[in-house]
Ligand binder design. Structure first.
Ligand code: ADP
Ligand code: MG
Length: 251
């Protein structure tokens, strides 16, 4: 299983250094945290890794191979998957169809991942449907398989996004605030799934505002503030670091 390396990565939007010369590693088989106050640059990091945004400086390597200039569909095919901070499902497609798109992304890179581009063969393929149902089951969604995704409660839509992101069996999955807006019971259920995924060898990058959640789950945590990496390491130590405390209190 490959690891993901960011080396000296920056993103400037005009004069704003949204991400400023950061270096980090997402190893396989672990949950790595990326925390920081609003506007710190966390989503921008995910957008660069996943090929949604170009880099201003630096390199991103997957198992030694640069993916820094790859388009998002190529990054997905190489085994790096993501969720979005703002949910992006096809609201009029069923929950099952939304998950089927996840298989499609890995196996048919370059095709626009929408329902029109989803070949009937894939939609009707029994093996894919069975795999999709077992994913839905894992996320407690199977009873909604035929429901239009847009009609689900927010917490359930987030789960559909996650099921879709891992459908392709990625090596690395980037989760942008996956438990935002969920209650403690729902967050704990997802925490269990995240641990299982890491135990199966997947490398997870967990972006989260809730420091307690990250501390419970992550082996290593990175802290961004105004685009700069102000601390990294063991989550219990990092979250006691006065610089980190100040960054959180300052918001
Ligand atoms: P976070 O996810 O940590 O809350 P973001 O990565 O979304 O932070 O944003 C970091 C900074 O970059 C913010 O100041 C934000 O306004 C700015 N930013 C993000 N995306 C863009 C963009 N596409 N164009 C211009 N500025 C952006
Ligand atoms: Mg964000």
């Amino acid at each position: 299983m490959p690891s993901l390396h960011l080396e000296g990565v920056s993103k400037h939007f005009g004069g704003l250094k949204a991400v400023d010369d950061i270096t980090m590693v997402v190893p396989p088989g672990e949950i790595t945290g990326l925390i920081g106050p609003n506007g710190a640059g966390k989503s921008t990091v995910v957008n660069m890794i996943s090929g949604v945004l170009s880099l201003t400086h630096g390199d991103i390597r997957l198992d030694g191979t640069s993916i820094a200039t790859d388009r998002s569909d190529i990054v997905a095919r190489r085994g790096v998957s993501r969720t979005f901070q703002n949910i992006r499902l096809l609201p009029e497609a069923t929950v099952l169809e939304n998950v089927l798109i996840g298989f499609h992304r890995r196996e048919h890179a370059g095709v626009v991942a929408n329902l029109l581009g989803l070949p009937a063969a894939l939609r009707e393929d029994r093996a894919f449907r069975e795999r999709a149902h077992s994913l839905l089951d894992r996320f407690g969604l199977d009873e909604y398989a035929d429901t239009e995704a847009g009609n689900l409660a927010y917490g359930h839509q987030r789960r559909v996004e996650m099921a879709r992101a891992i459908a392709s069996e990625p090596d690395i999955v980037l989760l942008d605030e996956p438990v935002a807006g969920m209650n403690d019971v729902e967050s704990d259920e997802l925490a269990t799934i995240f641990r299982e995924l890491a135990n199966s060898g997947m490398g997870l990058l967990l972006i989260e505002h809730n420091v307690g959640f990250v501390t419970r789950l992550c082996k290593q945590v990175y802290v961004l503030d105004s685009g700069r990496m102000i601390a990294s390491g063991d989550p219990h130590e990092v979250t006691r670091d006065p610089k980190v405390v100040a960054a959180y209190i300052g918001t």
